[in-house]
Design a protein around this ligand. Structure first.
Ligand code: MV4
Length: 513
């Protein structure tokens, strides 16, 4: 087993990987930018190497410096986390050429899946269902017109080099095709330096459900079931869960088998995720893309299966066979994760960087908190605004939702705006509670909320708003109390006058009994 691993990342995922290293008695090595000298992941590591200035292109994306840091530290392996260089084949190759182990798939598998058309071809070869469409880039508008007519509208134009919704256009009818073709091509050129696009039939009101797969260097392939990721905004996942609340008992087995065959067709090694679109109408599923990394939302799979995916990644990279077989995988209960972003839900989720003045993470039974910062820490404008993930487990979905409400209620993060108030409302939304999820959930939720607020304006605030206000007041009171730290208390006086009394939910009965 490795003695030392360099983590080529920052924030909560660097912390997550460091924790796995600690449990395995492996020495974690951090890297950091000038903005991150005091970051949590740096403090948790055994040693840390400065990469360069704050912008990622000058630090966390500098392949040469990261490889040099690994060489100097004497690390034997590099874990890329997610984002930054995690799906960069040149990075995986550079790590290998330096005589180090890249904890992830081969550069060839990354390149194959990095091309959306390449991935489609691999899925077809594996016999997996793909959305009807082309397997070659479109050569002309005429070809686009003919193909779209054959597939039937609505259709999707997608960038060959794409992913993340960039260069993607929904085309409802032929009259829209010419201009959509041009915009998709120029967006694709701008985003990926490759203007080529292809066509798929559009799946309407799809669910986004993905399968976690795992394989080793000994030819073993398993899947760890699905994650429901339909609650997204602007192609950014917000809430994930396992199992999917979709009422379709054979879906896991069918999608799991397809995902394993796709991974096999790509000669894949390590942790990977196969994304599918699932029609809520027909319950048909279609391969979408494969992500060749550990995903943000991996904790929900860990909570229901009991496997530590990062530990397993490290073992596979060290050449060990998987520690379990498909028959060993059991799914128990239900897990939900909320992504806590430094964004202001009242200002259309504008980034809200700044100093975290107060932080009390949630705890209690069956609550998992993956955070990348601490009270006094800075949330920088330079990086992804994801600051923490809150995941809970319950025996049933109902229990998990109730637990998430409770955990969100005793989680206080002050100094910056976060998506926590948004989650407190979603966890009480009838549609969410009923599990009626598809990729249009958030826009419908926002409409329902706007209507409700409009009809309530002038009226008394509802219980939820009172509760949200109370929580904000409690956070403010706590921050205030921490700053003053009982300084106002005079000798011989009564208990300190705290804002708790007026701000808290509890009525304090102060007379002695
Ligand atoms: C689709 C689709 C409907 N039909 N493809 C969005 C991101 C990119 N990875 C693929 N995406 C979609 N592809 C066909 N043929 C709908 C989406 C889509 C979507 C997918 C997953 C999660 C959220 C989404 C939001 C809008 C559109």
């Amino acid at each position: 087993m490795f003695k030392k691993i360099l983590i080529a990342n920052r924030g909560e995922i660097a912390v997550r990987v460091i924790r796995a290293c600690r449990e395995m008695d492996i020495s974690p090595v951090a890297v950091y930018s000038e903005a991150d000298a005091a970051a949590f992941h740096v403090r948790l590591a055994d040693e840390a190497y400065l990469l360069g200035p704050a912008p990622a292109v000058e630090s966390y994306l500098r392949i040469d410096r990261i490889v040099e840091a690994a060489r100097r530290s004497g690390a034997e392996a590099v874990h890329p986390g997610y984002g930054f260089l995690a799906e960069n084949a040149a990075f995986a190759r550079a790590v290998g050429e330096a005589g180090l182990t890249f904890i992830g798939p081969t550069p060839e598998a990354m390149e194959l899946m990095g091309s959306k058309i390449g991935a489609r071809r691999a899925a077809i070869k594996a016999g997996a269902p793909v959305v009807p469409g082309t397997t070659e880039p479109l050569q002309s508008l005429d070809e686009a017109r003919e193909t779209a007519a054959r597939l039937g509208y609505p259709v999707m134009l997608k960038a060959t080099a794409g992913g993340g919704g960039k260069g993607m256009r929904l085309v409802g009818r032929e009259a829209e095709l010419a201009s959509a073709f041009e915009t998709a091509r120029s967006e694709a050129e701008a985003a990926f330096g490759d203007a080529s696009v292809y066509l798929e039939k559009a799946v309407e009101r799809p669910r986004h459900i993905e399968i976690q797969i795992f394989s080793d260097t000994h030819g073993n392939f398993v899947h760890l079931g699905e994650r429901e990721c339909s609650v997204q905004r602007r192609h950014q996942k917000v809430i994930e869960e396992c199992p999917s609340p979709i009422d379709e008992p054979t879906l896991r087995e069918r999608m799991g088998a397809a995902a394993v065959e796709i991974a096999r067709a790509a000669a894949y090694v390590g942790a990977g995720t196969v994304e599918f679109l699932v029609s809520d109408v027909t319950r048909d599923f279609y391969f979408l893309e494969m992500n060749t990394r550990l995903q943000v939302e991996h904790p929900v799979t860990e909570l229901v299966t009991g496997f530590d995916l990062v530990r397993e990644q490290i073992c596979v990279a060290a050449g060990e066979p998987l520690s379990f077989t498909q028959e060993d995988v059991r799914w128990t209960g239900h897990a939900i994760e909320c992504r806590v972003y430094a964004e202001d839900p009242e200002q259309d989720f504008m980034p809200s960087p700044g100093r975290i003045t107060m932080l009390r993470g949630p705890g209690g039974p069956f609550v998992r908190y993956d955070g990348g910062s601490y009270a006094g820490g800075e949330v920088s404008i330079y990086y992804d605004p994801l600051i923490a993930k809150l995941a809970v487990w319950g025996r049933t979905r109902r229990e998990a939702v109730e637990r998430m409400r409770r955990a969100l209620g005793d989680y206080h993060l002050g100094g910056i705006k976060t998506t926590l108030p948004f989650f407190r409302e979603v966890m009480r939304d009838d549609e969410f509670v009923a599990g009626r999820l598809d990729t249009g959930f958030i826009s419908r939720f926002n409409e329902r909320r706007a209507q409700r607020l409009a009809s309530e304006s002038g009226a008394e605030p509802g219980a939820d708003e009172v509760r949200a206000r109370d929580v904000a007041l409690i956070a403010a009171a706590l921050a205030y109390e921490q700053q003053t730290n009982g300084a106002q208390q005079q000798p011989g006086s009564q208990a300190p006058t705290s804002r708790w009394k007026t701000a808290g939910r509890a009525t304090l009965h102060q007379s002695r009994l």
